[in-house]
Design a protein around this ligand. Structure first.
Ligand code: SF4
Ligand code: SF4
Length: 286
């Protein structure tokens, strides 16, 4: 059994095969007898469920605390406006206006308010859903439509992982706040890329991000093509290891469109993910 290891799977851009790697990795780990949890932090567009087909057993709403101002107590001093780093509260003349969708729920305005005029109330941003897909524990976040405040939901998803699990975190794409929230605190990050100029450019940004966060990391090249050494050359220059190269295979693309795991459709692919699991565990526990 693998105890308490968090492996995040990220990529600098969408569509590189991040979910394919996460879902297949989680399933081969479970089949190897490990206690594993698939953690879908791509809360704007969670799609791991399409491949794992979990039965969802629990759902809980997630709220961000936003300020509520008592006009009777407010002296219009402006301290709340001055402390807010997100321009989510404004003092205009004798009136205080809040912009709830911009509020990060830091509580700063309530703390600095000298007259106790600010209390907090919860604003719903989404939900955490939990269940099982066979031997794989499953947790995902679902951000409400039109909602931009995903980090609090991603934190709630990350904190829902059962103890002593190998957590495979499917991070949102990109290198901004949501992905940083999803990978922060992970033991290891797999950066998935495809060997194209766009893919390599975004891989460079993702490498910068995980280096800044100080998290051990390595690369998986998806849809690898013989004779294309773009990813090898780039990773060699950046001093980042490539743990696996998953070949481009039309059968896998077709399986993806049907919502099937790559190695269920093409059994030879099982070995890629088994080897990747072994490499990741070794690297993460160094
Ligand atoms: S809770 Fe924080 S982010 Fe929200 S309005 Fe107050 S100071 Fe701004
Ligand atoms: S800090 Fe409190 S008293 Fe001052 S403007 Fe804001 S709500 Fe009003």
């Amino acid at each position: 059994m693998t105890a308490g290891l968090t492996v995040a799977v990220a990529s600098g851009k969408g569509g590189t095969g991040k979910t394919t790697v996460s879902a297949n990795l989680a399933c081969v780990a479970a089949e190897a007898g490990k206690k594993v949890c698939y953690v879908d932090c791509d809360v704007e567009e969670p799609n791991g469920h399409l491949f794992l087909k979990p039965g969802l057993e629990r759902r809980r709403k997630v709220y961000v605390p936003v300020p509520s101002v008592d006009v009777e107590k407010c002296t219009a001093c402006g301290a709340c406006r001055d402390i807010c780093q997100y321009s989510a509260i404004a003092a205009i003349g004798s009136e205080v206006i809040t912009f709830e969708k911009m509020c990060h729920g830091c509580g700063g305005c309530r703390l600095v308010c000298p007259s106790g005029a600010i209390t907090e109330r919860g604003r719903e941003v989404g939900a955490v859903e939990e269940g099982r897909a066979g031997r794989v524990a499953f947790v995902q976040g679902r951000l409400n439509v039109g909602e931009a405040m995903s980090p609090p939901l991603i934190k709630a998803v990350r904190s829902s992982v059962p103890e002593n699990s190998l957590a495979v975190v499917d991070a949102p794409p990109g290198t901004s706040c949501p992905v940083i929230t999803a990978v922060r605190g992970a033991d290891f990050v797999i950066l998935v890329t495809e060997p194209t100029p766009f893919g390599i450019n975004d891989l460079g940004l993702a490498i910068d991000m995980v280096k800044e966060l100080g998290i051990p990391h390595a690369v998986v090249v998806n849809r690898s093509v013989p004779g294309n050494s773009l990813a090898e050359d780039f990773c060699g220059q950046r001093g980042v290891r490539i743990l696996a190269e998953i070949p481009d295979d039309r059968r896998v693309a077709e399986a993806y469109s049907r919502g099937e795991l790559a190695y269920s459709a093409v059994p030879a692919f099982r070995e890629y993910f088994e080897d990747l699991l072994t490499s990741v565990e070794k690297e993460a526990r160094r």
